[in-house]
Design a protein around this ligand. Structure first.
Ligand code: ASP
Ligand code: MG
Length: 408
């Protein structure tokens, strides 16, 4: 049994919907049981959101979900018609018809359970179940949506629910690359990547897969195959790790330009300091990424952290309020930073990647502002104007040339 998910561009026109129908029909003819999950036609979700924005400065969240969920209703109906015209017994299902039960957080709901029954009945009877992505219902039967790109998560959740062998994500790119090919022409398509690497490469993968779908795939161990809907070439498999994956030191280089940096200068170094600064930010649901506190000098220290750029103004205001209260000398902030991350399972068992990374950047005269590491990742913050250069030189040194020779 396979779950196939087709994104907005893959179902963007009537011709493309017919092409998807042929592909689904072929998979079924090859002996597979197929559940299909579709997104809204390309541009449709944006169009709907714009209608709401034009109407109201702050559209009601519940009604906004009622509105945007219609995009997927259109595409399941059209794809089912196309399949029926090919003689394939197809049936469309909206979120509420298979009880995609979510929490009640409109606009970014999380799936709690799914009733696989109607889908299984359809496919066991020789038909194809065509399911609307992106949508669900909460306990009070309100329509909810899962956040932009949420059909990926719908698809993986359907795959877990029907216990599919694979979840195929058909999209307009042919897989996940070692880095952004627009920045680095030598980027290669990865044949396989582990769930954990994919999660750490979030900013690289985010264009391809909603990151929450990878968390879901990891939790339920659903193999995900990301591939192009315009070719038959295999794409990238996102799977549970195996021993051979550790042999590759560096799998990918990701670059994130969506963060901003805030520094509190010369804060009296006392217990409770970090908590006083960061708790209000957490309470405002702003996600703090990197945090650095300098070694204190004469009882004073600097504290620097990064937040999403979209939350920068809000966070800055909150920090300025606290700064005065705790006697800091001032607050500095920087919008033009880039976070560059090097990720690979092999880093778990091999030292030297971070050192090599710093060496490569030093040779280019790129100053490192912040560093953070996890078991399989090293991230640095640099001036945004060096972002592309950093990605290219790191890709060359760590992926094209490999770092093995430095281990000797
Ligand atoms: N249609 C929704 C969006 O554009 C969900 C998706 O495509 O995955 O974000
Ligand atoms: Mg998408």
């Amino acid at each position: 049994m396979i779950v196939q998910k087709y994104g907005g561009t893959s179902v963007g026109t009537i011709e493309r919907i017919k092409a998807v129908a042929r592909r689904v029909a072929d998979s079924r003819a090859a002996g597979n049981e197929v559940v299909v999950v579709v997104s809204a036609m390309a541009g449709e979700t944006n169009r709907l959101l714009k209608l709401a924005a034009d109407l109201s400065p702050q559209p009601d969240a519940r009604e906004s979900d009622v509105l945007v969920a219609t995009g997927e209703q259109v595409s399941v109906a059209l794809l089912s018609m196309a399949l029926l015209d090919l003689g394939v017994p197809a049936r469309s299902f909206l979120g509420h018809q298979i009880r995609v039960c979510t929490d009640g957080v409109f606009g970014k709901a999380r799936i709690k359970s799914i009733d696989a029954g109607p889908m299984l009945e359809t496919v066991h009877g020789g038909g194809v179940a065509v399911v609307a992505g992106f949508q669900g219902v909460d306990e009070a039967h309100n329509i909810t949506t899962l956040g932009r790109g949420g059909s990926d998560t719908s698809a993986v959740a359907m795959a877990a629910a029907v216990k599919a062998d694979v979840c195929e994500i058909y999209t307009d790119v042919d897989g996940v690359y070692t880095t952004d090919p627009r920045i680095c022409p030598n980027a290669r398509k990865l044949a396989r990547v582990s769930f954990d690497e994919m999660l750490e490469l979030a900013s690289l993968g985010a264009k391809v897969l909603q990151i929450r779908s990878v968390e879901f795939a990891k939790r339920y161990n659903v193999p995900v195959h990301v591939r192009s809907s315009f070719s038959d070439e295999p794409g990238t498999w996102v799977v549970e790790e195996d021993a051979s994956m550790e042999e590759v030191l560096v799998t990918g280089v990701a670059c994130d330009l969506n963060e901003a940096k805030i520094t509190l200068l010369r804060v009296p170094d006392r217990p409770g300091l970090a908590s006083k600064i960061l708790t209000p930010i957490a309470n405002a649901h702003i996600v703090v990424d990197m945090i650095i506190q300098n070694a204190s000098e004469e009882g004073f220290t600097d504290l620097t952290f990064t937040v999403p750029r979209t939350d920068h103004q809000k966070a800055l205001g909150m920090v300025q309020a606290v700064a005065h209260e705790i006697g800091a000398r001032g607050v500095a902030s920087d919008m033009s930073i880039a976070k560059v991350s090097v990720v690979g399972l092999g880093m778990r068992s091999h030292a030297g990647v971070a050192a090599r990374m710093f060496d490569v950047l030093a040779r280019e005269g790129i100053n490192i502002q912040m560093i953070s590491t996890s078991e399989i990742k090293v991230s640095i913050v640099i001036d945004a104007k060096y972002a592309e250069l950093a990605v290219r030189v790191l890709h060359q040194a760590l992926i094209e040339e490999g770092v093995r020779e430095t281990q000797a």
